[in-house]
Design a protein around this ligand. Structure first.
Ligand SMILES: *Cc1c(COP(=O)(O)O)cnc(C)c1O
Length: 368
């Protein structure tokens, strides 16, 4: 039996469908399936401001219920699927979509089947899909193969597709732009996002466009999207057959929202850039060790993109820049333990002895 979430007292953030009901394509007939997604913090990043001369803010989407922005679109996609009588949903995923689909489907009391590329999913994400009782299959192919099969199954069998080719996903995801505008009281000058299928890039552009139309902002932000160098079809202008990057969430060679993304870039005077894996990991380290925000490698490409564009003189001093960081660091924590030359960091072992530990920490006794 499909179940609807009960109403929640209004002092608690109620999830994006309740909070933005009047700005989404839902009606009284839509059962709202929510885990309280959205309402994520927009965090000032003084260390990044100091490095670039811009006013840098980080929209930390790892704070969503399953640890990525996918939840914003999934609450919408699963609610609409249930409204239309779906008993099962299917998706292809590089990991976070499967975690999110599994959680929201379970919450709604329906089934989720997820197709992931074999051996290419971070352990945290795999664990989530299994914990939430999804039917998870590892396909002997890449993400693009998984999406082709998911589309074929949804077209021919009674399962509802919840990938970002489902317009409900992008509709839900646009709410992140509303939240940014609420905090800044206008659109930023630049908005930077990691790009895989380009659904999120498209969604932010849509959200900001609606805000401009409503007259609550004075401009569109310039939308800057970054792909990993080994997986950069939008930068190269052609499909990448065998995409490669350590940033598994954006290891996509044929973006589903390609057309929308090109339109958003053009209308926002935007930009697509490519960043290599070494620079992604450098930015990952800067964000965790200097700003205090722990993200998965794909998310750190926003930071790397900002630093690269600032270096290129593309970000005027004093500009307001929002970086979306898409997923939580605990999803794929192994990278935090890697050193520059690829070895793992082993924490120092010490005896149960305060004086000795003080010595190791370089502490000397305070003199009164
Ligand atoms: C899905 C995902 C992306 C890519 O988003 P698209 O909408 O596919 O461009 C980036 N980072 C993380 C962590 C993701 O889960």
């Amino acid at each position: 039996m499909a179940t609807e979430s009960p109403r929640i007292p209004s002092r608690q953030w109620r999830g994006v469908l309740h909070e933005y009901a009047d700005r989404l394509n839902i009606s009284d007939a839509t059962p709202i399936i929510t885990l309280g997604e959205g309402g994520t913090p927009l965090i000032p990043a003084p260390a990044l401001s100091a490095r670039t001369g811009a006013q840098v803010w980080v929209k930390f989407e790892g704070m969503n219920p399953t640890g990525s922005f996918k939840d914003r679109g999934m609450t919408m996609a699963i609610s609409k699927a249930v409204e239309h009588g779906a008993k099962a949903v299917i998706c292809a995923s590089t990991g976070n979509t499967s975690a999110s689909a599994a959680a929201y489907a379970t919450h709604a009391g329906i089934k989720a089947a997820v197709l992931v590329p074999e051996g290419k999913i971070a352990m945290g994400k795999l664990s989530q899909a299994i914990a939430h009782d999804a039917e998870l299959l590892q396909v002997q192919g890449n993400f693009d193969d998984c999406l082709d099969i998911a589309r074929e199954l949804a077209a021919n069998y009674p399962v509802h597709l919840v990938n970002s080719v489902n317009p409900d996903r992008i509709e839900g995801q646009k709410t992140a732009a509303f939240e940014v505008v609420e905090v800044l009281q206008d659109a930023p000058d630049f908005h930077i996002v990691p790009v895989g299928n380009a659904g999120n890039y498209t969604a932010y552009f849509r959200g900001y466009s609606e805000e401009l139309e409503r007259g609550v902002t004075t401009k569109l932000p310039r939308m800057f999207g970054f792909q990993a160098s080994g997986s950069a079809p939008l930068v190269l202008g052609h499909v990448v057959k065998n995409p490669e990057t350590i940033a598994s969430a954006i290891r996509i060679g044929n973006p589903a929202s390609w057309g929308f993304a090109l339109e958003a870039r053009e209308k926002s005077d935007g930009y697509f850039g490519a960043i290599d894996d070494a620079k992604i990991l450098e930015a990952y380290r800067i964000l965790s060790a200097e700003v205090g925000i722990f993200v998965e490698p794909a998310s750190a490409i926003s930071v790397a993109g900002l630093l690269e564009r600032a270096e290129a003189g593309q970000i005027p001093r004093g500009s307001t820049v929002v970086l979306t960081v898409t997923g939580h660091g605990l999803k794929d924590p192994q990278w935090a333990l890697r050193t520059a030359n690829g070895g793992d960091i082993t924490p120092t072992v010490v005896p149960v002895d305060a004086a000795e530990i003080a010595g190791v920490l370089g502490l000397s006794k305070a003199t009164a």
